[in-house]
Design a protein around this ligand. Sequence first.
Ligand code: CP
Length: 317
Amino acid sequence: MKKFTCVQDIGPLDIALAKAAEVKANPFSDQILGKNKTLLMIFFNSSLRTRLSTQKAALNLGMNVIVLDINQGAWKLETERGVIMDGDKSEHILEAIPVMASYCDIIGVRSFARLEDKAFDYNETILNQFIEYSGKPVFSMEAATRHPLQSFADLITIEEYKKVERPKVVLTWAPHPKALPQAVPNSFAEWMRETDYEFVITHPEGYELSEDFTKGVRIEYDIEAAYKDADFIYAKNWSKFNDPDYGKVVNIDRSWMVDEKKMQLTRNAKFMHCLPVRRNMIVSDDVIESKDSIVIPEAANRVVSAQVVIREMLKSI
Ligand code: CP
């Protein structure tokens, strides 16, 4: 595998899930693959889970790991070609990428949507520069439009907890005080569409995601109808995708918070969220602390999804 940025890169999901089960059962069995190989993890944005789980996955595979928080200690990077660099940015990303690549064998990149320019974000300008100019396998640790390591972990978790063959999985928008990217919901929708689950998205009118990710998916504006008989409730906030308000928050309607009353409509649904989560904005204390909350095993499965991806990349170099 030379790149991992979307669901298509992982291949058939049944095979990916079998590899996940393999990795989970024997996390240290492939240490020879990573011996004397180096993973470079580059963060343009903050992280807790991705930083630790991906590092742990690489260590399980016997790799060395270098972590760079590009905005803390490195030179400020210019990312656009043609700019006269007379401001505060000392280095161009087009030199920085091949230099960084010369120190490693595999690169993970986190580069969130800036929510200022939809074309810049949805062209995945930063991630694609790494793919084009590094000459090394590159995987996304959440980019502008997708978070595939999260979605793969979500899928693994649903498979582990589902009680029926074809569960009803509901992605619900939930309120948040700040503008957040659409990467997690886009990606979750992209992965769910590849399963045979009953998949429903519910959100207030105006929060439609890009049809590139939701085409063919049932969008339910009636939140109670969406929750009815659900087996999994996956909560996430996202800012507006559609113009003219791209990247803006136009609604923080608190009634969309996941609470016990709504969960009563479900079929004892499991509660999921990628974390970090703002309690009593996105989800009530009661729900996230309930026996049906699976946010911790979901986060733990981030090691598994990362390890499957890095292992495939190690096999390709
Ligand atoms: N879910 C997730 O990616 O968490 P972090 O932002 O903490 O890495």
